[in-house]
Ligand binder design. Structure first.
Ligand code: RFL
Ligand code: PHB
Length: 394
């Protein structure tokens, strides 16, 4: 017999979307249960995003988890783009009237949220198997799962599908009730993390004839680097020395001498895709974060979009429970999608300018070069890039 549980909002997924939603709802006295397929250790070991918009930081503050972020996060007032050997500095503060980004790993964001959830004794089921959502068009949607050979059934008012791109929530929506838009890129990012000082103080995105590269960081002593690689690349072919040699050869000559090599403490390949599902609601279930959309990481928008979805969804649920006002829930999908598509456009555009496309003609390469030249010469073009990079308003 399944154990029967009741809650107001059942949240599927304990990534940043699910945990942030749970925390914001709990602050307003709204009951929620989180169900996660993986173990807590696995979730907390994933290395992903690194750049937070001010809106994301504000939400984390509101959720009560901003203390360590403000202590350890690095404020970045700008970043660089290199195109072959040409170099452009984007001064975010000047271009956006005072805005900036914070470099603080998604791993740390997830840890802070997870610690706060544990401290508040909120129900969280890790290592849940056979997770299913059903009765979505009724007033009492259900979540069923197993944990430690015990079956559970949660009866909720709403389900929040925060279970990422490969989750069960979007997959449970009948095909005729959802439309999907997708672009898959013919390359991936090979990333390494190493306990070495970053090659420079701010981030550097570069396009080199051998492919894209990104120099990022987690702290003054921990670097995160990425190289464009082919989608079917075998990571076994990338011993550390090959990675460092390749990165060094792609860096502008003025910078490459500063590269400090060291053993990698993590190495992984991520495919790149643009994807949006519409609408982000099916009956009593809402999709948020990567469950509803994916951007290539070039614009650092994935985690930040997840946060803006949660901003709209948490406020909609709070209005519903506190003031019986369903308007936010009714408009959630439309409102969130407007911001999502703008971030999709930006990430697609930056990806196109900064990567080598194997199938692209000489014409396309000249266009990418012209895009970069225009950016170097036009303050208006730089302002548009900076405005998107620091995050469009909610
Ligand atoms: P997540 O983080 O994928 O979490 C979903 C959770 O749901 C669980 N799950 C299930 N749980 C229960 N039942 C099921 N059937 C389930 N199926 C899945 C999963 O185990 C997981 O724990 O989605 P969420 O919370 O929406 O968060 C999205 C972000 O993780 C993602 O957008 C970012 O990491 C993207 N991203 C970046 N975003 C930025 O804003 N700035 C960046 O600098 C940035 N860099 C990146 C990135 C993503 C990358 N990769 C690996 C794709 C760099 C990389 C390399
Ligand atoms: C990262 O530090 O992992 C990172 C930074 C900027 C991006 C993508 C990833 O655009």
């Amino acid at each position: 017999m399944p154990k029967l549980l009741k809650t107001q909002v059942a949240i599927i997924g304990a990534g940043p979307s699910g945990l942030l939603l749970g925390q914001l709802l709990a602050k307003h006295g709204i009951e929620n249960i989180v169900v996660e397929r993986q173990s807590k250790e696995y979730v907390l070991s994933r290395i992903r995003a690194g750049v937070l918009e001010q809106g994301t930081v504000g939400l984390l503050d509101e959720a009560g988890v901003g203390e360590r972020l403000h202590r350890e996060g690095l404020i970045h007032h700008g970043f660089d783009i290199a195109f072959h050997d040409h170099h452009l500095h984007l001064h975010l503060e000047q271009l956006t009237q005072g805005k900036y980004v914070t470099v603080y790993g998604q791993t740390e964001v997830t840890k802070d949220l997870s610690d706060a959830r544990q401290a508040s004794h909120l129900d969280t089921f890790y290592e849940a198997s056979h997770v299913q959502v059903s009765e979505l068009l009724t007033k009492k949607p259900l979540v069923q799962f197993e944990q430690d050979h015990q079956a559970y059934q949660i009866e909720a008012d709403y389900i929040a599908g925060c279970d990422g791109y490969h989750g069960v929530c979007r997959a449970s929506i009948p095909r005729e009730s959802i439309e999907e838009f997708e672009r898959v890129y013919p390359f991936g990012w090979l990333g390494i993390l190493s306990d070495t000082p970053p090659v420079q103080e701010e981030l550097l995105y570069g396009n080199h004839p051998n492919g894209f590269y990104l120099c990022s960081m987690r702290s003054h002593t921990r670097s995160r680097y990425y190289l464009q690689c082919s989608v079917d690349e075998d990571i076994a072919n990338w011993p550390d020395e090959r990675f460092w040699d390749q990165l060094q050869s792609r860096l502008p000559s003025s910078i490459s001498a500063n590269l400090v090599r060291g053993p990698s403490i993590e190495k992984s390949i991520a495919p790149l895709r643009s994807f949006v599902a519409e609408p982000l609601r099916y009956g009593q279930m809402f999709l948020a974060g990567d469950a509803g959309h994916i951007v290539p990481p070039t614009g650092a928008k994935g985690l930040n979009l997840a946060a803006s979805d949660i901003y709209y969804l948490s406020n909609a649920l709070i209005d519903f429970y506190r003031q019986s006002n369903p308007k936010g829930l009714e408009s959630y999908s439309r409102t969130a999608l407007q911001r999502i598509w703008k971030a999709e456009r930006f990430s697609w555009w930056l990806t196109n300018m900064l990567h080598q496309f194997p199938e692209k003609s000489g014409f396309d390469q000249r266009i990418a070069q012209a895009e970069f030249d225009y950016l170097c010469q036009s303050e208006l073009a730089q302002k548009a890039l900076a405005e998107n990079y620091v995050g469009l308003p909610y």
